[in-house]
Design a protein around this ligand. Structure first.
Ligand SMILES: NC(=O)c1ccc[n+]([C@@H]2O[C@H](COP(=O)([O-])OP(=O)(O)OC[C@H]3O[C@@H](n4cnc5c(N)ncnc54)[C@H](OP(=O)(O)O)[C@@H]3O)[C@@H](O)[C@H]2O)c1
Length: 167
């Protein structure tokens, strides 16, 4: 199975958005640059339909793999619509020649992949913000043990945390 890295921006209180339609445009310039760099390295960014709908257009230069239960989603250049088991989707990506994939949210997709133990690494950027309420990284009862691989400051205020998922 190709390895999956989950990459998300969070507030200091662990939120990823105030609601499901909020565009993740509240992060720092350095976070956005880092996200583009890492996602382009993988070449594939997987996401849920709610996340995709927050974008004005597919993310360029990367295959956008969008999980949706829609029967006939519209063909869009750069987008691969998928549904069902995440392991089957990863097997399909492997057959297409991809050697890794980035998982870019939201809470539903992150939970789907973590529940099936399909996330190898997690990269979080912690932005100096508090939302108080909203969506968390995951949206169900889950448990995982992590190992901290790296901590880096992306700027004076933004922290990057890189974890390995142990079990
Ligand atoms: N801060 C960040 O870095 C960041 C990154 C990404 C997204 N976000 C935020 O996260 C929010 C969206 O998160 P979300 O949890 O609401 O939604 P989401 O995870 O983006 O998407 C959920 C959608 O995926 C579908 N889906 C789930 N599992 C599926 C499967 N196995 N096969 C086919 N379709 C499947 C769901 O259908 P069902 O409902 O029928 O299950 C639902 O329509 C937005 O506000 C976005 O801005 C933040």
């Amino acid at each position: 199975m190709i390895p999956v890295t989950m990459m998300m921006a969070i507030t200091v209180d662990g939120k990823i958005a105030k609601d499901k339609s909020q565009l993740a445009d509240w992060t720092s310039r350095e976070d956005k640059k880092f996200f583009v760099e890492i996602s382009k390295q993988h070449g594939v960014i997987m996401m849920g339909e709610n996340t995709f709908k927050t974008f004005p257009a597919p993310l360029p230069g990367r295959l956008n793999v969008v999980f949706s239960r829609a029967d006939n989603p519209p063909p869009i250049t750069g987008v691969k619509w998928v549904k069902g088991e995440p392991a089957d989707v990863l097997a399909e990506l492997e057959k297409m020649g991809h050697t890794s994939a980035l998982l870019g949210g939201g809470a539903a997709l992150n939970s789907l992949f973590l529940e099936k133990k399909l996330i190898s690494e997690i990269i979080l950027t912690v932005e100096p913000k508090i939302f108080g309420a909203g969506l968390s990284l995951f949206n169900k009862d889950l448990e995982a043990n992590l190992k901290l691989l790296e901590v880096k400051k992306l700027n004076d205020n933004t922290l990057m945390l890189h974890y390995q998922v142990l079990s």
